[in-house]
Write a protein that binds this ligand. Sequence first.
Ligand code: PGA
Length: 249
Amino acid sequence: MKPIVIGNWKMHLTASEARAFLRDFMAHPAVFERAEVTLCPTGPVIPIVADTLRGTAVRWGGQNAHWETQGAFTGETSMAMLADLGCTLVLCGHSERRRFAHETDADISRKVEQTVAHGMTPVLCVGETYEQRRQQQQDIVVIEQVRKGVDLLAAFPSLSLYVAYEPVWAIGTGQTIESADAMAMARLIRSTLREELPTGADSVPILYGGSVTPLNVASFVDGDSITGVLVGGSSLDPVAFHQLIAQLV
Ligand code: PGA
């Protein structure tokens, strides 16, 4: 299985910055054949990225979308809109959305369901805060987030799902978890998926995220418990992100 690398640009890179990024990033495309690489720009930039990447090995996805197909939801983007632009995946329940947009596990499970219903892959993001880890609550927190996140998936005969374990305290802080601890959490996520999903739990890729860089990425991806990474800061620099991917192939 190819390593999975998802770049989460968050609220960075304007359309013109994205064009400049792609010029440099796509200059040496051979590496993209040996990994599954997806860029997640902010909504208005998706069409620009899509136009450049169409026909290449690199995919694009959304950082978030609403669970309703359409309607009076000012400021929101629907799953149908992302699917129509050719997005292959959607991040669901990123910790920044849980925190700043007050998304609940119930909201996130509807987003996960609707991502699948629109033919895309949800990347269910889970992870404990620093305080929860300090109180040794990380296993309980993550199990609960996984359980609730996949709550509405049983109805789908076959599904595509990724789970990204991102300890909140490691996101954008330069602090990373010991790779053995990340892998232990990935195994816990796997056993939770086996309990929750009628079929397919063993084929769900589990990713790690949180201050991943070209220097540390290889230590997190063992190709067994963890098969890829979700990358924020290091995905904003085309050279660094290309180097990061090259470490895995
Ligand atoms: P980071 O972000 O790589 O900047 O820590 C990861 C993420 O939030 O997905």
